[in-house]
Structures are given as C-alpha cells and as structure tokens.
Design a protein around this ligand. Structure first.
Ligand code: FAD
Length: 426
C-alpha cells in the first residue's frame, strides 16, 4: 500500500508551512506536494506556544497562529492546503526512511515515495532522564515543544492557581515560560547551572538587567546548581524538587527547558551529519541530492562567518525553507543561501533582537536603567554581532544592516561612545 508524490516535506512545523507557501508561489500542481506530520494540526508558528498561548486572558489559539502569520504573510489553514491541492498527512509519524529507494514508511504501515524530499523534522526537547534524573512522566512535570505540550502546560498551570512552579533551565524556554507563569500568578523559582540566564547569548551585564526585572516580578533565581531528584507522592505528582546543592523546593508544578536535540535519527547512516544536524550545502541540499534539509535539523554554511552552523530559531526555519524550495524549483536562478543569523524574544513588556554572532569583544551601550540598551560584538577588527532591547522597527533594521556589512572597527571606545547611532549611520 502506498502513495507517490513529486515533493514530500517530512515534518509539519514552521519550516514546512513556509516551504508550502513558497511552493505555491513557484507554481506547484495539485497533488504534487505532500506534508507528513506527527502533529495533528496544520503547520503553526511554534514561538506562540510560550507567549500568546499561555496568556491568562485573550489566549492565542489555533487557527489564529497557523503559518505564515509570523512573517506577516498569508495564514495557511487546513482549507488553504486543500484548495491548493497539498496533501496534509497529519497525526502520522514516519518511522523509517530509505533515501536510496526514495521512500518513507509511516507508523501506520504506509509507504510514501517522493522524487524530492525536504526534511523539516525540527527538534525534540531533551529529557531529564538524559541527564540521569527520573520523573519526566510525573503528572505535573511539563516540557514545551509542541501544541500537545502547551495544552498540558496550561492544564497543569490552571490546576494550581497561586501555586509554586520550579522552572529548570535558564534559556529561551525557561525565561519565556517563567514570565508566562508569573503573568498567570504562579510563584516561580528558576534553577540553572550557569552563572546567569541565557548564558549562550547574554553577557553578564545584559543578563543582570533581565534577572533584576524578573526579580521585581517575584521570580527567584537559584544559579550554579542543578536538579538532582523529585519527591513524588502516591498519586504520581511531584511535591518538591531536590537540588544538588542540598536544597529542597516545594513545587506544585515543574517546567523543564534544558535544550533540544535535532530529529536526525531517521537519516543516521544515510546522510552526512554535522553539528548534530543534517549537513547541507548552500542550496540546503544534503549529501543525497534528492534530499534537502531545513530549519532546526539542518546544519548549513553561514556565508557571513565562513562556517557551518545549526540554528534553532524561527527566522532561520522560515528563510531556509523558502530558499530550499527556490533551489528545487529554479535551480539555475537560485544562488547560495546567504543568511544573517537572527534571534528574538519577547517577555513581559520587553522585547529584544539579536543579529550575527555573539563572539569576540563586547561593547555595551545605551540606558540599562531605562530599558533601551544594546551591545555589539567585535571580532578580528570587525563588528559581527548586535543586540538591542526596546528598539523601534527602524532601529532593529539598522542593527541588522550594520551587522551584515561587518564594518571595520578601529576604535572600540568610539563604538561604545556612539552606541546605537553607529548602526543608524553606518
Ligand atoms: P518544528 O517547528 O519543530 O517542526 C518539526 C515538525 O516535524 C513537527 O511538526 C514534528 O512533529 C515533525 N516531525 C518530527 N519527526 C517526525 C517524524 N518522524 N514523522 C512525522 N513528523 C515528524 N525561535 C525564535 O527565534 N524566537 C522565539 O521566540 C522562539 N520561541 C519558541 C518557543 C517555543 C515554545 C519553542 C518550542 C520554540 C521557539 N523558537 C523560537 C524556536 C522555533 O520555534 C524553531 O526554531 C522552529 O519551530 C523550527 O522549525 P522547524 O520546522 O525546523 O521545526
């Protein structure tokens, strides 16, 4: 039993939605394209799950955040896919792939064959068990990667109004969930092993601004230690979190955000992997020329830095997906993917954007007490990274442009004095 398509997108997340839109713009025919997704809903803007979806009032819900609303584009509802003759195979896990035969086998036993495959399987949340701690399946321990997780998080949160939450991990998920929990009037303690939050990107000075703000909202930080075990009652609920430093925190719920791992397992031994992802060239094409990889699962050459990177951010998923479709549909006209890494986050009323690479010497600027500040990263005499909190659209565009230009910086002190005006005038 089986079906055959010209193009198959494996995975139905952010990248799949943007790829589908691009396919229709490039003129795909009815019945040629299929999207297979383990999730039971059409592609949606995943970042909404830790933001609007968790709000106590005017909660965002589907269909409002289907892709591609996050980039101010059309909202692709199930009806849209139908009208465009795109087959959505939802609630279906692919359990094996054979790139030599160009087939995928679903958990339900169907073989789906393709001429060209786009792998957009994203990533999964790392589990505590992978760090030697058990208890992930307790009733009130939450992860956050997909809609089912987000629905569960809301249920658990609503089951303990005014209760205590312990958030494990100080990265994106931890920070955004902590803010949402506070807005839902839950008491939050954050626990992470690093010296400050968002350790991979923030400098100590930037981190202390956000940590102070969170503390003003009642969030407690316990840094430099990790979870060692849970106290679990007879009903299967965590009642307390034990830390390696010996302390015990009472808990009505736990949210775990300790990183992700790209979903590459279907292709191990079949495609070349690098940096934990599927290695692709500047056309997002893997070591098998009929297989492309995009989004969180792809390790692609970032021209600007002259090296291969795997990025775990929504903008990269959207743009790599589009580029792959362009390369598939118009190979002669499509050049190498030339991507400027871009990350953002929104918490409480704050909002920041970052472009480029957080490496080298850091220069801070602006008003850290007034909530309008930023930083530049300078490496080998060139500006390579820019961060800004509380900017306007024009200011964010200016730091993006400045970072892409990689201007030479002769005097770091002068860059510090000029601050944001440097980007606005470069
Ligand atoms: P995904 O969107 O994860 O999609 C992968 C899809 O593949 C899923 O539907 C999955 O079910 C499916 N799949 C996987 N394996 C199989 C299989 N074997 N068979 C069938 N289907 C399969 N980034 C930012 O830049 N800013 C933010 O503010 C931000 N907020 C975020 C908040 C949350 C809660 C999360 C989880 C992520 C956030 N991100 C953010 C990251 C961003 O959402 C991801 O980078 C983006 O979703 C990656 O897109 P993708 O299509 O590669 O993967």
């Amino acid at each position: 039993m089986g079906r055959a398509f010209v193009y198959v997108i494996l995975g139905g997340g952010v990248a799949a939605g943007y790829a589908a839109l691009e396919f229709t713009r490039r003129g795909v025919s009815h019945g040629e394209l299929c999207i297979i997704s383990e999730e039971s809903v059409a592609p949606y803007e995943r970042p909404a799950l830790s933001k609007g979806f968790l709000l106590p009032e005017d909660r965002a819900s589907l269909p409002s955040f289907h892709t591609c609303v996050g980039a101010n584009e059309e909202r692709l509802t199930p009806k849209w896919y139908k009208e465009h003759g795109i087959e959505l195979v939802l609630g279906t896990r692919v359990k094996s792939a054979d790139v030599r035969r160009k087939t995928l086998l679903t958990a339900a036993g169907e073989t789906i064959s393709y001429k060209i495959l786009i792998v957009a399987t994203g990533a999964r949340a790392l589990k505590l068990e992978e760090f030697g701690v058990s208890g992930s399946d307790a009733e009130n321990v939450c992860y956050l990667r997909d809609l089912a997780d987000a629905n569960r998080l809301v249920d658990v949160m609503q089951s303990c109004p005014g209760g205590d939450a312990v958030v494990i991990g100080g990265g994106y998920i931890g920070m955004e969930c902590a803010a949402s929990l506070v807005i839902n009037k839950i008491n939050v303690t954050m626990v992470f092993p690093e010296e400050h939050c968002m350790a991979r990107l923030f400098t100590p000075k930037i981190a202390s601004y956000y940590e102070d703000y969170y503390q003003s909202k009642g969030v407690k930080f316990i840094k430099g230690t990790v979870l060692s075990s849970f106290n679990i009652d007879s009903s299967g609920k965590v009642t307390a979190v034990n830390l390696r430093d010996g302390s015990e925190l009472p808990a009505d719920m736990v949210v775990v955000g300790i990183g992700i791992r790209p979903n590459t397992s279907l292709f191990e031994g079949q495609l070349t992997l690098e940096k934990g992802g599927i290695k692709v060239n500047g056309k997002l094409q893997s070591s098998n020329s009929y297989v492309y990889a995009v989004g969180d699962v792809a390790a692609f050459p970032v021209k600007l830095f002259g090296e291969t990177r795997r990025l775990e951010h929504v903008d990269s998923a959207r743009k790599s997906a589009r580029h792959a479709v362009d390369a598939i549909m118009e190979p002669e006209k499509t050049g190498e993917f030339d991507y400027l890494p871009f990350f953002y986050s929104r918490v409480f009323t704050m909002s920041w954007q970052f472009y480029g690479d957080a490496a080298g010497e850091v220069v801070h600027y602006g008003d850290f007490s007034g909530g309008r500040f930023g930083a530049y990263w300078v490496s080998k005499g060139h500006l390579i990274g820019s961060f800004l909190e509380g900017g306007t659209k024009e200011e964010y565009e200016a730091i993006a442009k400045a970072t892409r230009l990689k201007p030479a910086i002769e005097d770091v002190g002068e860059l510090e004095r000029q601050g944001l005006s440097f980007a606005l005038t470069v």
